[in-house]
Design a binder for this molecule. Structure first.
Ligand code: FE2
Ligand code: FE2
Length: 270
C-alpha cells in the first residue's frame, strides 16, 4: 500500500480490473482509517493522478445512443439495468479518488479527504454488490456494452474544484437519488430480494455523498465570499451539458443539503 493518500488514490485509478480496483480502494480506505485511529494520519503526498483512470477491456464502451435499451420487465432488461448501475459505481470509485489527488494542492480541512475516502469505500462496496447481483443472474460486469463518456465531467472540471463539486456530487450523484426508488420498485416487482437489498444500501449511502458535495461547496463559497446559489447555477451551466431532468426527489435532496432553488431553475419540464 502506498504511504500517502494521493499515492493510494493514484494506485486505485491505475488499476483496470473492477474487482481488483475496488479491493485496493477498500484496503486503502481501511489503511487511512487505521492511520487516523493510531494518531498518525496518512500524509497527502503529491502523486499526480492520470488524466483518465485505467479500465478493463470489457465492457465495450459505446456512445449512449448506441447502447441498446431493454425493457425492465424482462430478466435481460433487469440485467442491463444492474450492469448500467455497476458501470456508474465503478466510475464513482474513480471520481472520489480523483477529487482527492486532483485537488491535493488546494488547502482543505482534514475532513475533506476523509469524506471522499469514505465515499470511495462505499462506491467500491456498491460496485461489488451490483457484480454479485449480476453473477447471481448468470451475467457479469463486462458482459454488456456500457456508456462511454462517463469521465467527461471529471475532465471538464479537472482545474476547478468548485465546478467538480457542483457537477459530480451535486448534479450527477443527486440524480441517483431521483431514480433509485423507481429501480428498487422494478426489482421488488420481480421478487429479486438480493437486488432490492443492494439498491437500498446504495440509496441510503448516496445521500451522504451528495451532502459531502454540498458541505464542501458551501465551505468554498464561504472562503471566497460568494453566493452559493448563484455560483452553483453558473458552474452547472458552464460544465454540465444540458438541463437537469425532473422529477426530482425533493425530500432526499433536501436531506442532502440541496434546496429546490439550486436545481429547479436549471430544469426543463419533462
Ligand atoms: Fe454508489
Ligand atoms: Fe456516490
Amino acid at each position: 500500500m502506498p504511504a500517502t493518500l494521493t499515492g493510494c488514490a493514484v494506485a486505485v485509478l491505475q488499476t483496470a480490473d473492477g474487482r481488483a480496483k475496488t479491493a485496493l480502494s477498500r484496503a486503502a480506505a481501511q489503511a487511512f482509517r487505521d492511520a487516523q485511529a493510531a494518531g498518525r494520519p496518512m500524509p497527502m503526498g503529491d502523486t499526480a493522478p492520470p488524466p483518465r483512470p485505467a479500465r478493463p477491456t470489457r465492457p465495450e464502451l459505446l456512445s449512449p445512443r448506441d447502447v441498446p435499451r431493454r425493457r425492465p420487465g424482462t430478466p435481460n432488461g433487469r440485467i442491463a439495468l444492474l450492469h448500467a448501475i455497476a458501470h456508474i459505481e465503478l466510475n464513482a470509485v474513480d471520481l472520489h479518488w480523483d477529487i482527492i489527488a486532483r485537488f491535493a494542492a488546494t488547502p482543505m480541512p482534514p475532513g475533506f479527504a476523509a469524506d471522499w475516502v469514505k465515499a470511495a469505500d462505499e462506491e467500491s462496496k456498491h460496485f461489488n454488490l451490483m457484480c454479485d447481483c449480476l453473477e447471481a443472474m448468470g451475467s457479469h460486469y463486462g458482459a454488456l456494452p456500457a456508456h462511454a463518456g462517463m469521465w467527461r465531467a471529471a475532465e471538464d472540471t479537472a482545474g476547478d474544484l468548485m465546478g467538480r463539486l457542483a457537477v459530480v456530487p451535486m448534479v450527477l450523484e443527486a440524480r441517483g437519488l431521483d431514480v433509485t426508488p423507481g429501480m428498487i420498485e422494478v426489482f421488488r416487482k420481480a421478487d429479486d430480494g438480493r437486488a432490492v437489498a443492494a439498491l437500498e444500501v446504495i440509496y441510503t449511502e448516496e445521500v451522504a455523498h451528495v451532502a459531502y458535495g454540498s458541505k464542501w461547496f458551501h465551505f468554498l463559497c464561504g472562503r471566497h465570499d460568494l453566493d452559493p446559489k448563484d455560483v452553483f447555477h453558473d458552474l452547472v451551466q458552464r460544465y454540465f451539458h444540458g438541463p437537469l431532468k425532473p422529477p426530482f426527489n425533493d425530500e432526499k435532496r433536501a436531506e442532502a443539503g440541496l434546496p429546490p432553488d439550486f436545481y429547479w431553475p436549471l430544469a426543463i419540464a419533462d
